[in-house]
Design a protein around this ligand. Structure first.
Ligand code: GLU
Length: 281
């Protein structure tokens, strides 16, 4: 059942298989699953294994088992490692549009220049923008934000919870869209994947909201469909840090193998009943 302002949403849970899933992932998956289900839509699982050096099949396998244990029914779409050709052809289009440049900076060089210019750690200081780097050494490809913004004009994106956001391109810096060691960057891959998978509601934690303007701009440049977003609060430890994969708390798989009831855990998370010391912020 659905109504006009609650259309059948296609949502996705998109874990990077570089470690076991924890309660925070369960919460995120439940949000995506329940919004799709309540609207008569579809909940997708996409394994984001673009980072070949850190991704492991066994973590993808575990994620599938964890979702089933939580009682979440999903349709799995191809993993990112199956989609490199589509990333490459999008890159080629952006290069042909003259919106990119090669960047040979190391992380240290970027940090030093950021400090010298008083920039935030997210904002690339522009070192390589007009440098015409030799392509003999390893390089990343960056999007020239000023050129991109001139082409797209002002853009907004809409969050189900926090409403409409106008993008201020001047503060974004030039994001990496193709990495030195690995193929496409998170920004390019996730934007293309969500469009290819027909995702209409992108659900993820508020920690990724700062990435959304880049995705909205790439959608516009590449003529992709534009979803709405739902950035949910995060489960946090007592000290305010988000429950991350590498912390000491038991993973979902630990709980599953210890015989805990996944559906009961999902039910408690839905009811906002959180383990002591953990809050949703
Ligand atoms: N693969 C990302 C992660 O595991 C999530 C990306 C997204 O939801 O946009 O953090």
């Amino acid at each position: 059942m659905h109504s006009a302002d609650n259309p059948p949403y296609i949502t996705r849970f998109a874990p990077s298989p570089n470690g076991p899933l924890h309660l925070g992932h369960a919460f995120s998956a439940i949000v995506a699953h329940d919004l799709a289900q309540a609207s008569g839509g579809t909940f997708l699982l996409r394994i984001e294994d673009i980072d070949g050096a850190r991704s492991r099949d066994r973590h993808a396998e575990t994620a599938r088992a964890d979702l089933a244990w939580l009682g979440l029914t999903f349709e799995e779409v191809p993993a990112q490692s199956q989609r490199i050709d589509s990333y490459r052809s999008a890159l080629d289009r952006l290069v042909a549009m003259d919106l990119t440049y090669a960047c040979t900076c190391t992380r240290t060089e970027v940090r030093t220049a950021q400090k010298a210019q008083g920039l935030s750690p997210e904002t690339y200081p522009g070192t390589c923008r007009n440098a015409r780097r030799s392509l003999d050494e390893p390089y990343a490809v960056r999007l020239d934000m000023a050129k991109a913004a001139a082409l797209t004009g002002p853009l907004d994106w809409t969050d189900r919870l926090s409403g409409k956001h106008r993008i201020v391109t001047e503060t974004l810096g030039d994001p990496v869209i193709w990495r030195k060691e690995e193929p496409a960057s998170y920004h390019l891959a996730v934007t293309l994947d969500d469009a290819a998978d027909g995702v209409t509601l992108v659900t993820r934690g508020t920690d990724l909201a700062a990435s959304t303007p880049y995705h909205r701009i790439l959608q516009e440049l590449l003529g992709l469909s534009v979803p709405i977003w739902h950035h949910h609060a995060l489960l946090r430890d007592i000290d305010g840090t988000k429950l991350a994969k590498r912390k000491g708390s038991p993973s979902l798989a630990d709980r599953r193998l210890a015989g805990e009831d996944g559906r009961a855990i999902a039910k408690r998370l839905r009811a906002g009943e959180l383990p002591s010391g953990i809050s949703l912020r």
